[in-house]
Design a protein around this ligand. Structure first.
Ligand code: ADP
Length: 184
């Protein structure tokens, strides 16, 4: 059971949990946000295209995202499994992912649940350049409109579970590991 999708709104702790889980299961952590930020830092064409969109809290195009995920999943290290973080975020991305993986699929999708007021404080404290109050509000709005409906999609299409994202990093990790190992 190593093809995992970690879901949850911005600031839910997906990135932190994925770093811990990638080490625990020895599988690559694939974060579309991290890949986009790396492209921005390198000043590639893709980075230049994505930067303004990211700073405003908007979503980069499905086509661009599916392209970078397709490339990343074709790397040899992804053969043993992977953790997807920040992807998929739209129905088109979710459908694209299942098509990409077919005939295999996702072993488990885990939704890390944290209320809006808590994630807003966490993001403001984190202080990334796109963590302005306006961009945070926009990201949460897009989460509700585009990403939250995917929970139903995953519930129907593959194994799905939700965990409480409140508590210490290790408490949350223990909850997720229990769900993953419990299904093996
Ligand atoms: P957060 O979850 O706090 O928004 P991420 O690092 O996941 O942080 O994403 C940062 C930004 O990168 C997003 O606001 C968006 O502009 C872009 N992005 C990341 N992943 C995706 C995706 N799957 N689809 C579209 N845009 C994305």
């Amino acid at each position: 059971m190593t093809r995992l999708v970690i879901l949850g709104k911005q600031g839910a702790g997906k990135g932190t949990q994925c770093v811990l889980l990638a080490a625990h299961y020895d599988i690559p952590h694939i974060s579309t946000g991290d890949m986009l930020r790396a492209a921005v830092a390198e000043g590639t064409a893709l980075g230049l295209e994505a930067k303004a969109v990211m700073d405003a809290g908007n979503l980069v195009s499905d086509e661009l995202i599916l392209g970078i995920v397709r490339d990343r999943l074709s790397q040899p290290d992804a053969e043993k499994g992977f953790l997807l973080d920040g992807f998929p975020r739209t129905k088109t991305q979710a459908e694209g992912l299942l098509e990409l993986l077919s005939p295999n699929s996702i072993d488990l999708a885990v939704d890390i649940r944290v209320p809006d007021d808590v994630v807003t404080v966490r993001m403001l404290e984190r202080g990334r350049t796109d963590d302005t109050p306006e961009a945070i509000a926009r990201r949460l709005e897009l989460y509700r409109a585009e990403t939250a409906p995917l929970l139903d999609f995953f519930e129907v299409k593959c194994h799905f579970t939700a965990v409480n994202g409140l508590g210490s990093e290790s408490e949350v990790q223990d909850r997720i590991v229990a769900e993953i190992d419990g299904r093996e």
